[in-house]
Design a protein around this ligand. Structure first.
Ligand code: 13P
Ligand code: SF4
Length: 324
């Protein structure tokens, strides 16, 4: 429990650059309850980089991109994990921690990429391209992972593809990620037709207009963006790689072509950097709020339950990725 105003003030210091003082009181009661409940319940909160600043900076224990969350999920000692992110991330945490309770505060927090492919589709791809390994983006259900040879994230996709030592791979379900990685490697890539509904909205024209309007702006694009957008950007990488770019290169003016909270979370710690728009909101990530995190901890909901046989097969694909 935060028993002194000083403790609450020090939490506010983390977000004062992105949350106006008038809005802060709306968060404090939930933040206090969550911090108290975490201790009482022996729980940790894992939060993706797209979570809002009051979650990311004030109640999360572990933050990062999909790869970091998967890796760090394996090191958790607490009995309960609350995943502040989308459903496939909670499933990955559960795969890696079958004996722990994993909670997702809103079961509707899905993903257009995960929705774009079914286990039957993957079996069909295997039939159509016999012997070609299937590399599956983590943004998929456990049932789809179970049909796959190995997983990847945006942070390790090229390394995973090249680790297989074959001339051709199937890479599902993100068509744009597959096309962007194909440009970086000699391995031939057969893609699926899934898209991220957030990143597919950015256009190369957005970037050209931005450069005209704001001289010297550095443009970072997530590899889920269409290939012509990535080609027009100055840098492309996972959300962690984008964050690292801003930390190390310290651009004066930057635009992150990705989910909006990403800029807010970095801006909270870097008032000296000017973050420009556009950005797009992910409606699935935005399902997670302080109040449903509090409810998750208070009422033990919603527990991620996986079919054990599916989970065993999906775990192999995730563990192979983590070994690369
Ligand atoms: P990363 O954080 O792994 O780059 O993933 C982005 C994303 O869209 C997750 O939903
Ligand atoms: Fe899925 Fe895109 Fe939202 Fe990430 S940002 S959860 S890839 S819809």
């Amino acid at each position: 429990m935060l028993d002194t105003p000083a403790q609450l003030n020090s939490l506010y210091d983390r977000v004062r650059n992105v949350i106006p003082p008038i809005e802060w009181p709306a968060f404090t009661s939930d933040i206090e309850s969550i911090l108290e409940l975490k201790e009482k319940r022996d729980a940790v909160i894992l939060a993706h980089n797209y979570q809002t600043p009051e979650i990311f900076h004030c109640v999360a224990d572990i933050v990062g991109d999909s790869l970091a969350l998967a890796r760090k999920a394996m090191e958790v000692e607490a009995g309960t994990i609350v995943l502040a992110g989308v459903h496939f991330m909670a499933e990955t945490a559960k795969l890696l921690n079958p004996e722990k309770t994993v909670l997702i505060p809103d079961t509707r927090a899905g993903c257009s990429l995960a929705e774009s492919i079914t286990p039957a589709d993957v079996r069909l791809m295997r039939e159509r391209y016999p012997g070609v390994p299937i590399v599956t983006y983590v943004n998929t259900s456990a049932a789809v992972k179970a049909e796959s040879d190995i997983c990847c994230t945006s942070g390790n996709a090229r390394a995973v593809v090249e680790s297989l030592g074959v001339p051709r791979v199937i890479m599902i379900p993100d068509e744009y990620l597959a096309q962007n990685i194909a440009k970086e490697t000699d391995v031939e890539i057969i893609a699926w037709k899934g898209h991220c509904e957030v990143h597919e909205l950015f256009t190369a024209d957005d970037i050209r207009e931005l450069r005209e309007a704001h001289s010297g702006v550095t443009v970072l694009a997530h590899p889920e963006c269409p290939p012509d957008v990535v080609a027009e950007a100055d840098f492309s990488g996972s959300t962690a790689a984008m964050s690292n770019f801003v930390e190390t290169k310290a651009p004066g003016r930057v635009v992150l072509l990705t989910e909006c909270s990403m800029s807010d979370n970095i801006a909270a710690a870097h008032p000296e950097v000017e973050f420009m728009r556009p950005c797009n909101l992910c409606p699935h990530m935005k399902r997670i709020t302080l109040s449903n995190i509090r409810d998750a901890l208070e009422q033990d909901r919603y527990e991620v339950i996986l079919d054990p046989a599916t989970a065993d097969r999906a775990r192999v694909a995730v563990e192979r990725m983590l070994a690369v």
